[in-house]
Design a binder for this molecule. Structure first.
Ligand code: CA
Length: 404
């Protein structure tokens, strides 16, 4: 389930709020005062005193949670480095074993929600290695830490109140409510708000148990995907080949055309066979590693997967892992792309260079987002390079040299 976005804010100015100069938590009293206001709000929302007594007893901020939350990514991982680290032989094989082992249950879930087994197994494999790594952080304490921290307090306060509601409804005992440092829980790493909205008690025992009951786990995942728009009978997308005269500007997620229209533009399957002549299915071309990397034609289900996690690399990885689990081939194209990770410093430099040339990326922060991609594309268009909008070390070198 979607992790909160990696912190953008520069960190050390905020730390003293939670830590004394010596590094230990300083303001226990302040935290207690804060916890009392939280408790009052929870009571107002109808959460019972007994739940609050048990779930909030002896709660303290978790120092490790703040450390992990402040951790900055050192680089922007390339698509290949991202997917190769995740779609491993181990995961494919284990996925096949799990698909077979739980086929009956997964088929029942598909019949009810329309989400095919391979996708649920792929999400499961990526989120928690098929349940092997649910996380050992106490959810209420972790969320209380993040809600007390001013950086994203509103978001985490809401999640914390939902976590308390989950306990109050009797789905899990506070001591068993464990998960990631950021509050994602169970086999599919649901945040509490996602649990409240989509978790399912599929075996009808009165508990939505996403920690220890696969019937509930798979139904909850499928209910979520189906609720946010999963289309039964459609794929997530597929690897394709683009013609040599392809207009790179067409490769944008929001630029949708029918599959038949893409075929007419010269797009084929990766094995060079024709795409199906479908006018009723819309897709977009996505180039996660620029025009020299692999190309994907992604359908509406791809955008549904982006609800789960907003990362394009993540969604392609889920789709490809699902394909591999059912025996489809490995990716065929694009290995020749520049595969050097862009360090945070290099990303910052790229943003500064673009700004200096009048391609506005906003305030440089070393994190590649839509504005940076847009600026790269505009730069490429201006100088006659393939306008794929892909920030890479090659483009940084080109720009730096041009500016010397
Ligand atoms: Ca249940």
């Amino acid at each position: 389930m979607s992790k909160p976005a990696i912190p953008v804010v520069v960190v050390f100015t905020i730390l003293p709020f939670l830590f004394s100069a010596g590094g230990a938590f300083a303001t226990q009293t302040e935290f207690s005062v804060w916890l009392n206001t939280l408790r009052a709000e929870a009571l107002e929302q109808g959460i019972s005193t007994s739940t609050l007594d048990s779930a909030l007893a002896d709660i303290e901020p978790v120092e490790r949670v703040i450390e992990l939350d402040r951790r900055q990514p050192e680089f922007t991982q390339t698509f290949w480095n991202y997917i190769d680290a995740r779609v491993t032989n181990w995961r494919i094989k284990k996925g096949r074993v799990m698909l077979k082992k739980h086929r009956r249950l997964l088929k029942q879930v598909e019949a009810q929600y329309g989400v095919p087994p391979r996708y649920l197994v792929a999400f499961w494999g990526l989120e928690t290695n098929f349940g092997n790594n649910l996380g050992t952080f106490p959810t209420v304490a972790s969320l209380a830490t993040l809600a007390y921290d001013p950086r994203r307090s509103a978001f985490f306060r809401m999640q914390l109140l939902d976590a308390l509601r989950i306990v109050d409804r009797g789905h899990v005992a506070p001591a068993s409510m464990l998960g990631s440092w950021a509050g994602a829980m169970g086999h599919l790493q649901f945040m509490p708000a996602t649990f409240i909205a989509y978790a399912s008690d599929a075996d009808n025992d009165g508990k939505k148990d996403i920690w220890d009951n696969l019937t509930d786990v798979f139904a909850s995942g499928a209910n979520y995907l189906s609720s946010v728009g999963w289309r039964h009978g459609e794929l997530w997308g597929r690897e394709v080949r683009l013609p040599s005269d392809f207009d790179w500007e067409l490769a944008q997620l929001q630029n949708k055309k029918s599959v038949a229209r893409w075929a007419a533009l010269g797009v084929t399957r990766a094995d060079r066979t024709p795409l199906p002549q479908r006018n009723d299915i819309l897709g977009a071309i996505v180039l996660p590693q620029g025009h020299k990397g692999p190309a994907f034609l992604v359908y509406e289900n791809f955008e549904t997967m982006l609800h789960w996690n907003r990362s394009i690399n993540y969604a392609i990885t889920v789709g490809h892992l699902a394909d591999r689990i059912i025996g489809l081939p490995t990716l065929r194209t694009g290995r020749e792309a520049d595969n050097r990770n862009l360090s945070r410093e290099q990303a910052l430099e790229l943003q500064q260079e673009l700004n200096a040339m009048g391609f506005n990326v906003g305030k440089p922060d070393g994190i590649i987002g839509a504005r940076t991609r847009h600026a790269v594309r505009n730069y490429q268009k201006k100088v006659g390079l393939p306008a794929d909008g892909h920030p890479s070390i090659s483009i940084l070198r080109t720009i730096s040299e041009a500016r010397l």
